[in-house]
Design a binder for this molecule. Structure first.
Ligand code: TRP
Length: 335
């Protein structure tokens, strides 16, 4: 029996290189080894976007097509839509008794997000909804509804996983051994830097290269990428280790020898940044080409995408229904 792996993505925007190297690339290895449930977390996306339902709906399809484009195989992976699994909502209600409000407020991920919201919307705490504060509980339901054992996540998600394990332990101690404690699976590249040199590539930071970016967009973005600020003239020697252009060369350029040449030419002052960026644009386009070709196929076959989601959702629902029976029996509400 293969172990169950589960992960979720919020449908709030297209996938960028940060998602690809930090997460997506791993899925391609994991899909062979595990029984893989991939949740398009529309309900969770609505906690922050409840007033923008069109955005969430559109991105359910965008993100599904991006995942298919990078090579996630729908014959191996169950793609499913969170809102179509009512068992997740039911479990969320049951688990909400097992976690205190104080504990949720102390969750480091939630804490950071509350601080960001206060910065955006003012300091009165009025912007913090019940649904937002409770999303870690809902995420524990996402995981346990499918008996998720291994959870691939970025390091920002570790407090949510810890919270899930606490809920599981509490549930098991009160109602008897029913749920499994999930373990994390961290990828070896957990963060990808942004075009501006920021430690994290992110949509809200405006420093991302998207998998769907066309050649013109790639060109504009790469030409604007941050390089060694001490390099003024074309033949000044520079430090490639603080240059985003070299950093992305290393990500998308698989030719080791070429990378060594770039590095030593840069250090010696034999390589201008404009030339170096032009080469990166070419490598980037080469890298994205097969992804964008697959993406185009799914853009042209929307029915196929819908079928993949429908099939995965049916499979996921069957699993969640089984789990629900066990939970209700343990809680003595199996009337
Ligand atoms: N919170 C995750 C994120 O923002 C998305 C997510 C939802 C998730 N449900 C999940 C991740 C279950 C892992 C497991 O990236």
């Amino acid at each position: 029996m293969k172990k169950t792996i589960l992960t979720g993505l919020r449908p709030t925007g297209n996938l960028h290189l940060g998602h690809y190297f930090g997460a997506g690339q791993n899925y391609l290895n994991l899909q062979d080894e595990f029984d893989f449930y991939l949740e398009i977390a529309d309900v969770q996306a609505l906690t922050d976007n409840f007033n923008n339902p069109e955005k969430v709906r559109k991105n359910v399809y965008e993100i599904t097509k991006d995942l298919l484009a990078i090579g996630v195989n729908p014959d191996k992976v169950h793609f499913f839509i969170q809102s179509k699994i009512p068992e997740i909502a039911e479990l969320t209600v049951f688990y909400s008794n097992l976690v205190t409000v104080a504990r949720l407020e102390r969750n480091p991920t939630v804490k950071t997000e509350i601080a960001q919201k206060k910065e955006l919307f003012g300091n009165d705490g009025e912007s913090i909804t019940y649904g937002f504060l409770g999303y870690p509980v809902s995420q524990a339901a996402d995981i346990t509804a499918f008996d998720g054992e291994v959870i691939p996540v970025g390091d920002d998600q570790l407090p949510l996983l810890e919270q899930c394990r606490e809920i599981v332990r509490k549930f098991n101690s009160i109602y008897g051994d029913t749920l499994k404690e999930p373990e994390q699976y961290l990828s070896n590249v957990s963060r990808v830097k942004g075009l501006d040199g920021n430690d994290k590539m992110g949509k809200s930071l405006g420093n991302a290269i998207y998998l769907v970016d066309d050649n013109e967009t790639i060109k504009r973005k790469v030409m604007g990428a941050v390089t060694d600020p001490n390099k003024i003239k074309k033949d000044d020697p520079a430090n490639p280790d603080i240059c985003m252009v070299y950093y992305y060369h290393k990500l998308v350029n698989k030719d080791k020898e070429n990378l060594n040449t770039i590095c030593s030419e840069c250090k010696k002052g034999n390589r201008g940044c404009v030339q170096c960026k032009k080469e990166l644009i070419e490598k980037m386009n080469e890298f994205l080409k097969p992804i964008q070709e697959r993406r185009r196929y799914y853009d042209e076959h929307p029915r196929k995408v819908q079928e993949i989601l429908d099939k995965g959702t049916t499979e996921a629902r069957n699993k969640a229904k089984e789990q629900m029976k066990k939970v209700k029996k343990a809680m003595k509400i199996d009337y």
